[in-house]
Design a protein around this ligand. Structure first.
Ligand code: ADP
Length: 249
């Protein structure tokens, strides 16, 4: 069933990553990492390819287990909980919509597998489609939508489960520049309206700076700096952050 608890109180920590280490064989992908992400925050993990962002996201989602350390979701230790048992949902870059199902069926899918009755699903689908402003496409197939619309449907499909935290793995990476900029505005608006904590992975500096309340700049499995877009851009604490953000002075 979708969670009906009210949104978290301001200032509450939605996700705490505590001393997390992740190794794949010899390779250390994430090194003794600590992050506190506040409830309702739009938090971005920014950094070059291979810096460990996706691995952190996957550990929060429960697709990977940390080699050491803990992950708390709203105070509960979920380090070893199955993905299904976490009030977290993920939106991937490739959308992963079912091509043979209508948009309404795609959006309802998560409810169906969780045993929500058909009657109860319809209203929730309508609400989720309204959240992404696509009520009028319910009967279409994914192939009949534009790339930007498909991305919004992927978002609706995740939001319908009322996760406490939404994880977004380069969700705009497959879109062209103009659509990407439009979707950035959309995404920010939707996040404000639904009030859910968004954790966003990107290698695009401008995107992270535009969208986020706070940005964590990753380098080689560690965070170099966490702060508001203005803080990291105007007051980079390390040479790496300054270079990566393209700060020239
Ligand atoms: P990013 O998201 O910043 O591009 P990743 O978290 O995907 O970085 O990867 C961090 C490092 O961990 C990279 O060196 C990558 O090759 C490695 N890695 C990620 N997943 C696996 C895996 N399942 N098996 C082995 N190495 C992996």
């Amino acid at each position: 069933m979708p969670d009906t608890t009210p949104p978290a109180a301001p200032g509450e920590i939605a996700v705490a990553v505590q001393g997390v280490h992740k190794q794949f064989g010899e390779l250390v992908a994430v090194k003794d990492l600590d992050i506190d992400i506040r409830a309702g925050e739009f938090f971005s993990m920014l950094g070059p390819s291979g810096s460990g962002k996706t691995t952190v996201l996957r550990m929060i989602a429960g697709f990977e287990e940390p080699s050491a350390g803990r992950i708390l979701l709203h105070g509960a230790d979920v380090t070893r909980a199955a993905p299904f048992d976490r009030e977290v949902n993920t939106v991937f870059q490739d959308y992963a919509l079912f091509p043979h199902l209508s948009i309404a069926e795609n959006v309802a899918y998560g409810l169906k597998v969780r045993g929500v009755a058909r009657g109860a699903r319809a209203g929730l689908v309508e609400e989720a489609l309204a959240q992404v402003r696509l009520e009028h496409v319910a009967g279409r197939l994914p192939s009949q939508l534009s790339g930007g619309q498909r991305q919004r449907i992927a978002l609706a499909r995740a939001l319908i489960l009322r996760p406490k935290v939404l994880l977004l793995d380069e969700p705009l990476g497959a879109l062209d520049k103009q659509l990407r900029e439009e979707m950035q505005v959309e995404l920010k608006q939707i996040q404000r309206e639904v009030g859910i904590t968004f954790i966003f992975v990107t290698h695009d500096q401008e995107e992270a700076l535009t969208l986020s309340d706070r940005v964590a700049v990753f380098n080689d499995g560690r965070i170099e700096q966490v702060g508001s877009p203005r803080e990291v851009y105007e007051f980079p604490e390390t040479e790496f952050v300054a270079r990566f953000l393209g700060v020239t002075n």
